[in-house]
Design a protein around this ligand. Structure first.
Ligand SMILES: [Zn+2]
Ligand SMILES: [Zn+2]
Length: 159
């Protein structure tokens, strides 16, 4: 379930471009390697926080026969297998990313919708402990910070 290249954060971007690593990532999740799965994982490597629609657009260039439904199916199997994370900021379609297992959070611009990763302050989940967990065994805390990104601040600043 653990993807080897994710243990070494610095090399994530360059390493995932390698098709062999993409295949290993799919296999390590217990899934069969198929052309649509490879194409979606490759597209996701270049587009963190992408919507299914955006991924479909990227994948369709490589695999003209792919349907949006097939992309949804691949994303669902990846999410279930734990190699892809799905986040759902309010008012946004679901976003997908390959960065999993590090309990990182997200910061979203209320104006343009840009999404960035925010490292977990503690480094393990849950990084926020509720005042009263109501008897739950709390496993994760997912935080979304909302605000204006730097570019939107400059675009909306009064002259
Ligand atoms: Zn913005
Ligand atoms: Zn993220």
């Amino acid at each position: 379930m653990t993807i080897p290249e994710l243990s070494d954060g610095a090399d994530v971007r360059s390493a995932v471009a390698d098709a062999g690593l993409l295949e290993d990532g799919i296999r390590s999740a217990g899934l069969k390697v198929t052309a649509p799965r490879l194409a979606v994982l490759r597209a996701l490597s270049d587009r963190p926080h992408a919507t299914a629609d955006a991924l479909f657009g990227a994948v369709r260039a490589d695999l003209p026969g792919t349907s949006l439904q097939a992309v949804y199916g691949v994303l669902s199997s990846f999410t279930t297998a734990g190699i892809v994370r799905k986040i759902e900021p309010a008012g946004s379609p679901a976003l997908f990313e390959r960065r999993v297992g590090d309990n990182h959070h997200h910061i979203v611009c209320t104006r343009c919708g840009v999404v960035h990763d925010v490292d977990c302050a503690v480094g393990h989940s849950p990084c926020l402990t509720p005042v009263d967990a109501l008897g739950f065994d709390v496993r994760a805390a997912e935080v979304i910070y909302w605000g204006l990104c730097a570019q939107c601040q400059s675009e909306t600043a009064l002259p």
